[in-house]
Ligand binder design. Structure first.
Ligand SMILES: Nc1ncnc2c1ncn2[C@@H]1O[C@H](COP(=O)(O)OP(=O)(O)O)[C@@H](O)[C@H]1O
Ligand SMILES: [Mg+2]
Length: 328
């Protein structure tokens, strides 16, 4: 079947290593959701010879999405913190064969977009002093789209992300690619959702989609232990726990970015992979931008997510409890 049979192509949402994500509107021949409905179609390229591993990776992504967020009657309703899964099948698109994963279209911005266009006024360039003591920045987009969050809203976003990751870990699932480009803020209902479960896997031995020792993720977000541990030399149980702590580290980096408006300077995207690795595996704590005084209690929680020694780092439940206590 062809892409055009089912969807009106609207725009290209993203381009990744494995394929593309297109915004489409459903035609009446598509029966899973009502016609005229916006969806995101993730197209993963299938070569002439499709190897078993690729298929297994795609099936794993779908299986996990189905488990964590699919609408009734296949699931228990969509999780508000995770992109909602609708459907998947093989399609032809521009003469090539793809595997299509259909999810809800989230009308908003990734945290990466927000961070990049954030007008932070924390530091007065002349005095070097912080100008605001709240996390109130102005987010300015093309064509006068302006968003503004206050500190309470920001705290609620962070709590939502922690609550969802806690639920994933509780259900023996790790995401393994948490980064600001894989989290979307919906401007329609002000929710914040994880997308891209392409590297997610199960942390229980019984699952066909149990995590293996292939390291995945994006350099600035990789926890120190992922650079230094030979995962094939440790027990599966230790590996599963390591992946959970590594998710907390990655989320800590996202929080850092979200609150401070930039990645920690020593792991900036402009650096080489080996520079990033060196900065992450050395024992010094990551640098928090000098002059930022913000909400010190919140920053302390983020610092505990970014402890380099994974044994001393918070697990997701601790982060959750820390944030709950903060808002009391
Ligand atoms: N459901 C969605 N709604 C809106 N934008 C999306 C959606 N899914 C993906 N995108 C956009 O496409 C990009 C790539 O999608 P993603 O699922 O992360 O694919 P990849 O595996 O290629 O990274 C995202 O960073 C985001 O900008
Ligand atoms: Mg992605």
């Amino acid at each position: 079947m062809n892409f055009d049979d089912f969807f009106e192509e609207e725009e290209l949402l993203g381009k990744g290593t494995y394929g593309i994500v297109i915004k489409g509107t459903t035609k009446s021949s598509y029966t899973k959701v009502p016609p005229g409905f916006d969806v995101a179609v993730k197209l993963i390229k299938l070569g002439r010879l499709v190897d078993i591993d690729t298929i297994k990776d795609i099936k794993r992504e779908i299986d996990i999405l189905k488990k964590v967020s699919s609408p009734p009657p296949t699931g228990t309703g969509c999780n508000p913190g995770i992109v909602c899964y609708y459907d998947s099948f093989v399609v032809n698109y521009e003469g090539k064969k793809y595997f299509a994963i259909i999810t809800e279209f989230i009308d908003g911005y990734t945290i990466e977009d927000l961070t990049k266009s954030l007008v932070y006024k924390f530091i007065d360039p002349t005095t070097g002093k912080q100008m605001f003591d709240k996390y109130t920045g102005e987010y300015i987009y093309d064509y006068n789209i302006t968003l503004k969050f206050n500190d309470r809203e920001i705290l609620n976003f962070l709590k939502g992300l922690v609550r969802t990751l806690r639920l994933l870990h509780y259900n023996d699932i790790v995401h393994r690619d948490i980064k600001s480009a894989n989290i979307i803020f919906s401007k329609v209902n002000s929710t914040i959702k994880y997308i891209d479960f392409g590297f997610a896997c199960f942390t229980n031995l019984g699952s066909v989609y149990a995590c293996d020792e292939r390291v995945s993720g994006t350099p600035p977000y990789l926890a120190p232990e992922l650079w230094t541990t030979n995962l094939s030399k440790i027990s599966k149980k230790d590996m599963f726990n390591l992946y959970k702590k590594a998710d907390v580290w990655s989320l800590g980096i996202v929080f850092y970015e979200f609150l401070l408006g930039t990645l920690p300077p020593e792991i900036a995207e402009s650096l080489t992979i080996s520079e990033i690795k060196q900065a992450v595996i050395n024992p010094n704590p990551l640098i928090f931008i000098p002059g930022f005084e913000g909400d010190t209690k919140l920053i302390e929680i983020v610092k505990k997510m970014l402890v380099k020694n994974s044994k001393l780092r918070s697990d997701i439940n601790t982060v959750y409890l820390d944030l709950e206590n903060l808002s009391k």
